[in-house]
Structures are given as structure tokens and as C-alpha cells.
Write a protein that binds this ligand. Sequence first.
Ligand code: ADP
Ligand code: MG
Length: 663
Amino acid sequence: MELGLIKGIGVKYLEILEKMKIYTLDDLLTYYPFRYQVYRLSSLDGTKVSVTVKGIIESLPKTVFIRKNLNKMEFRCLVDNLVVKVVIFNRAFMKRYLTVGKEIVLIGKYDEKKNLLTASNILFEKLVNGKVEPVYHLISGISNKQLGSIIEKALEYRNEVDDCIPFELGDRYEFISKGEALRIIHNPKNSEELKKARLRLIYEEFFQFMFKINYLKYKYMANNVGVSRNVDYAKVKEFIEGLGFTLTIDQQQAVDDIYTDLISDKRMNRLILGDVGSGKTIVSIIGMYINYLSGMQSAMMAPTEILATQHYDNLVKLFEPLGIRVGLLVGSMKKREKDAIVKQLASGDIDVVVGTHALISDGVEFSNLGLVITDEQHRFGVNQRSNLQNKGHLCDVLYMSATPIPRTYALTIYGDMDTSFIKTKPSGRKEIITVVKKEKELKEVLFKCLECIKEGHQIYVVAPLIESDEDSEVNDVNLLKEKFEMAFNGKVRVGVLHGKMKAKEKEEVMGEYKEGKIKILISTTVIEVGVDVKNSTMMIIFNAERFGLATLHQLRGRVGRNDLQSYCYLICNQDIERLRVMEQSNDGFYISEKDFELRGQGDLFGIKQSGDMSFKIGDLRRDYKILLQTKKDAVKFIEDNIGNGFIRYRVYRKIMKSMAFID
Ligand code: ADP
Ligand code: MG
């Protein structure tokens, strides 16, 4: 069912829905409310301040325009046999619906002394006591009511949405049907049926996820024959000794794990989990070196061009002196340049390549790919795990992730991989000093900035938005650029970086920052991932209340990358208690636990929209038991069905096909 064919969804709504990443009937019907508003009628007995009452309009409303963006409407209303004065702000547009004698529902606060009801909302429909209204996350251009009614229309087609719970499991748990669950979730009659619907939808979501993970594992095990390499560890040791620093114990352990995997005849399928700055990159580079020694090519995939370029620069420095040929492949390169790299990969003239998604595009082939590495794995979806591996015959795979996820959760979610944890940071690092500041204390922070720049160091500034509305209280990148330039009388070079810039522009800015020409770099969270400029010693995050702790931690991890004292300032006016956690700890695992406690999964790793753990209704922490159950059920489902090379479910056939290895 195309969305455009649904009654009530015209071009305008299609555009808005697209912006909300709703493209299909499935997307729309699984755009779940994040809470429900329950309307309970109350009376004006004077003991309640907040009220929801029925009333009959007694007088036509009078409107007063107080100033721009502020108007007030007043009228009288008969409520519970009492005539009360009603005021409501900024609803002048409702005036023509407010006719004498009409019955309405008033929601607001009642002041008995003044006999005044200050309404926050007026409803025109007949209100059944206990009416429940779903509340959705919205973007501008669509109201909750409008979205609600679009979804209501779409619900007529609810039976066309794939039901992904296998019959036998549906029977065993006595789940209601998918269509019924969708109907309920958008329009529950009572909390009991809502509970049933939620349980079913959470189970389904987790089951699908667990199916994918365990299907990958199954495929892996079923075909677990890799290349066994003959590599002399003495050579690896020599390389490590040439790095200029000693590996931490955990790094060394991870290297040993990788070495063992690579020389064995099994395929490596390993995840390196370590906090930001724990030094995962070098571990993977050593992995590539081992692979190189065995005469095979390595490929490393990063989520952004900035990061890919940074890895490339590192690799060139470490590898080219040894005669190892390194290449870069990113989307923004000229076609001619790309073609040249692609050719060299196919002919074996490049030993190590790093790139973005461009690496998994169709034309790319390798002559002898032995090792594939994905950096910041949590940015990629489960489906993408297999794509790059398909490029090589039986190649080994290494993932890196900075997800500071508690170990138990990690083992469940990354259950298809072996894991190496890097818990400690390289020694000699000073703890980053973190301070929460109110916006009115900004002067102090600016003073610190000046000191920092005088010492020859650099500063990151993060804002939540590129551009904000005029009267919004949120700082945006452009505004902050002006602010900072003004604060330093234009004497300090300020650069700007955000996701809407062209790749070339981003690269230039990043380049100038790396060279130290730009002293202050103002950006959105695009710098969150992996950027490594050692000379940065200060991170300032505006409207910090808008970010999850885990995201803040990732951002903060951009500084403190050498033995200098680094600082992080969190600027905010609200939510200060939550942010204090950041002052107390530099430990990503502790912070992620706290984040879990305080907000549930929330935007756990700042990856709400993409990546592995973007659940729409399930919550890892709250619903962990369900997750574990689906894991069991998915494993059994795979053994029972796919084991015989047979699968009854169209949806699962589809999923398998999209994930299948080609080898
Ligand atoms: P992440 O785990 O966040 O990817 P990186 O690999 O970028 O961390 O490492 C952060 C910085 O620490 C890099 O500049 C890297 O060169 C440096 N580094 C890594 N391991 C060590 C070590 N054992 N001793 C000193 N510095 C190290
Ligand atoms: Mg990294």
C-alpha cells in the first residue's frame, strides 16, 4: 500500500512524513505514540487546581492582542451550574468555533477565589470520561491531531503489514494479531489491552532483531572455514615496538586475540569494545599489519568521510615507510580518482584501503581481501555487517565500537561475535575536568577559552542545531560563530562544521583545524565520532540538556587525548542534576549505566535513528527479559527451520535474502 493512496494523505503530508522518515505503511503504523494523554473529567469543587470539565459557552469570546505572538481570549462558560470566566492564550484562531450554547471541554487551572479558569486547551469533540489520546513526536507542519487522523485512516490497511511472529510462537504466547496490536497501540481503550499490544509489539521487534543476529551467527558457524595464516609474531612485536608507546594490557590482549583468530583456520568475527580514547584504532591497525604479513589485503570502513580521511592519514604515516600501499575511497572523490583506486584494489596494487560506504558499492572488488574492519560499528545496522565481508572469500572480520554499553547487554546484542573489551585508557592521561555552567556564567568560560588559546591549544564547541528559529532558546552553530568571533574581537579564527556542508568544505575546515589554523571549531554533533586532534584541550557543549549522557561522553572524548589537562564545559539552564553525572565520572560504562537509569534506553548512544539498537518500542533495559526470551526463541526458530534449509515465512525469507552472504 503506497502512502499516497491512503485517503487524507496528499502531497503536503507525504513531504512531511518523508521528513519524519516515514516512507511506507509499515513505517507509519509503527510510528508509535511516545505517551498517552488521558482525559478524566473533574469538577470545580475547589479542591482541584488542574481541571478537565465540560462547559456550555455563555458569551462570545473577546480577543485582546497583547503583543506580537501573544493574544488572549475571554468568555464566560457554564460549568457545573456555575458561570466561570475563562481565559485562554494564543488561541484566537478558535474564535469562530466558540459560539454561544456550544458544549466544549476545558482543560486548565481553576482559581476558585477569582472564579477564573485559565485554559491550556479546549476540546470540541464530545468527551467520554477517561478518553485516551495518543501523543506523537512531531515536526513542524503537522499537528498531533492531524497525524492521529492520518494514522487512523492508515489503520484500515493494518492487515497488510507483515506479521513477523512465527505462528507457533504466536500461539504459545497467545499473542493478539499484529493488526489488532497496531489498532490498540494508536487507540487504546484501556490499559489492559494496551499492555497486551505493547508486549506483542516489543516481542516482535526484539525477535526480528535476534533473528538477524543469530542468523548471521548461524551462517558463520555453518561455514566457518577461514584462511589460516602463517605469520611470525616476532615481526608483529617489532611493529608494535616501533609505535612510540606501549600498549595497555587490554590493548595487548585484544592484539593477542586477533593474532590467534587470524592464524587459526576459523574465520575471525570479533568485536573490540572500548570507551572513546581507549585506543581501539591502533589495535585494528596492528590487525591489518598481521594480515599484510600474510600477503592479503585489508579494508577498513568508517561511518564518515572525516573519520575515514583521518584513519587514512594515520595509516599512511605508519605503513608507507614499510612499503605498505594505502588507499582512500570515499564518496566525494572525483570519479577518475575513485576509478583509479578501484582498479588498484582489483589488481592488488593496494594493500590497505580505508573508506566510507563507498567501499561496499557494487563496482568495488579486491584481488585478495583477507580482513575487513568496521569502525564505530554501532553506527551501522546489522544488515550492513555482512556486506563488506562478501567482497572477500572467507575473509576475517573485525568490528570496533565505542558503545559504552554494560557488558551483559553487549553480550546479548552482539551475541553473534566474539568480543574483546578495552577497559582502561592509555596511561599518563589526565582525567578531563568537567564543569556544568549556566548560560549566564558564559563569561567565565570565555575567559578560560582565552587562556587555552594563549597556551597554543584548541577548542571544540558543540551546538545542537545548525540553525534555530528566531525566538528559540537553543544555540545554533551560526549564532555561536558570531558570539565567539565577537567575544575575541575577531582576533581568533573560528571555524564551522556541520552535516549540511559539502564533503570538500568539511574536509577543508577539518584540515585547517588539524593544522592549528582554526583555533575554535564550532559544530553540530558531526564531530562526535572518532575525531582525533591531540592539541584540543577544551570542549564546550551548549544546550547540554538536549543530549543524552552517553552522547555527551562521546563528545567529551574528543579532548583529553594527550598528557595535557583538558576541560569540558556543559552549558545549560535546566536539567542540571542529570548533567552532574558528567562532573563525577569519566567512565563511559558508569555513565551509560546512569543514562540507562535516568532515561531508559532513550537515545542511549546517540544512535536513535540509525544503527544496531534503534528500537521503536522495545527498551533494552526495561524489556531485557523479553530480549533474552526472544534470543532463545530466535535461536530455536533458526535451528528448527533454516537448519533443514527450509523456511516457511515469507518475511523471514526476505530478511535472509537481504542479509545472505554470497560466498
Ligand atoms: P578510540 O578508541 O576512541 O578509537 P583512538 O584509537 O583514536 O581511540 O586513540 C586515541 C589516541 O590515543 C590516539 O591518538 C592514539 O594514537 C593514542 N594511543 C592509543 N594507544 C595508546 C597507548 N597505548 N599509549 C599512548 N597513546 C595511545
Ligand atoms: Mg576510534
